[in-house]
Design a protein around this ligand. Structure first.
Ligand SMILES: *Cc1c(COP(=O)(O)O)cnc(C)c1O
Length: 365
């Protein structure tokens, strides 16, 4: 059997190693000039030059972003349930209530009509997730938010470079978070970037990241230590020069899979959307778990399920959603499978994935 194809594979090369070495040799490793350079380069690259603040994880970015936007106890923030737990957690950590709503079945992102139905006088904001690298329905959400007077935020953890109608994700929300975890489309080891709508939000993010200090020992607000190190920033700066080529490769891999897979529902792309395929996610309506196991044991293809348990049913978050029924979320959690789409796949790997999927589907039919 051919070699195992992993579901994700971070690409770290000599330039990243040299960049780390340069920082280590400088003797200055904490947040400093590399972080500042990474912030402005990232902002220019992805979010049209919006002010951008680096933190030590995407999760910290969401948490601090919500706090900087003024979210706290008594507020409700509308989130999808079909996402990584960090989305709902970050809302809960501010003391606000995450209000879980359903998704659109095609794009796996927040359903704007379900969001409209969930608005209450306590709703402070809406936190859509650009899941798998496909932009959420920002046109409708922006109109809704303006109409009812609530604020939009963005979880762009998986969506570096995605856009809608030519407008990049990360430019819609009061803040937007990008994750730099190793399996994301680019990495700094661990880390997150938060783009801010204005300098005031950016300043608050910087205060919250550094014990509430702008000037040393003059703490203005109660803050965290969520700083990125210059070591991590140096890795991220190198990755930033490569990420566009990797994204193009993901898109071309997805095009090949779309054209050749049989018997599974391939991921549609909404009109005007640019999908960056953090995940290439198909639906397998019958016996998804058997399908994933057969891909692995019979064909050496690693597939992932993101996410098998929706946020609103996790033991950690279920108390926010007693008795809630989200049918499209439940169906997605039962049916989704993410196939390898990462940029280090060879044509042989892609052929192996297609053969594996089509064989397992035929065997199950
Ligand atoms: C990865 C991820 C996060 C959290 O980012 P970290 O950098 O791992 O803390 C949040 N939301 C979503 C949708 C993610 O995929």
């Amino acid at each position: 059997m051919s070699e195992f194809i992993p579901p994700a594979k971070p690409i770290i090369g000599d330039e990243e190693r040299e960049a780390v070495d340069r920082v280590l040799r400088s003797g200055m490793v904490a947040q400093g000039p590399e972080v500042a350079a990474f912030e402005s380069e990232f902002g220019a690259h992805f979010v049209q030059g919006r002010p951008t603040v680096a933190v030590n994880s995407g999760t910290a970015g969401l948490h601090l972003g919500l706090l900087a936007a003024g979210v706290g106890p008594g507020d409700e923030v509308i989130v999808p349930s079909f996402t990584f737990a960090a989305t709902g957690n970050s809302v809960a950590l501010t003391g606000a209530t995450p209000v879980f709503v359903d998704i659109e079945p095609e794009t796996f992102t927040l359903d704007p009509e379900a969001v409209a139905a969930a608005i209450t006088p306590k709703t402070r904001g809406i936190l859509p997730v650009h899941l798998y690298g496909h932009p959420a329905h920002m046109r409708a959400l922006e109109a809704l938010a303006a109409k009812v007077g609530v604020t939009l935020y963005e979880d762009a953890a998986q969506a570096h470079g995605a856009s809608l109608d030519g407008r990049p994700v990360g430019t819609f929300g009061k803040f937007a978070m990008f994750s730099l975890y190793p399996t994301k489309n680019m990495t700094s080891g661990e880390g997150g970037m938060v783009s801010a709508e204005n300098d005031e939000i950016a300043r608050m993010l910087k205060l919250l990241r550094n014990q509430g200090m702008e000037r040393q020992y003059e703490n203005e607000v109660i803050g965290f230590n969520a700083r990125m190190t210059d070591i991590h920033a140096a890795i991220g700066r190198v990755q930033l020069t490569k990420v566009d080529a990797w994204t193009a490769q993901r898109q071309s891999n997805a095009t090949f899979l779309n054209a050749n897979l049989q018997g599974v529902v391939v991921p549609p792309v909404a009109e005007g959307a640019v999908h960056v395929y953090h995940q290439y996610t198909v639906r397998v309506p019958d016996d998804r778990d058997g399908f994933v196991a057969a891909l692995k044991t019979e064909h050496n293809v690693g597939a992932g399920v993101y996410y098998p348990i929706p946020n609103h049913r996790l033991p950690s978050l279920a108390s926010y959603a007693p008795g809630l029924d989200l049918p499209e979320t439940e169906r997605a959690a039962r049916e989704v499978v993410s196939l390898p789409v990462h940029p280090s796949l060879s044509q042989n790997d892609l052929d192996q994935i297609v053969a594996a999927v089509n064989t397992v589907v035929r065997a199950g039919a």
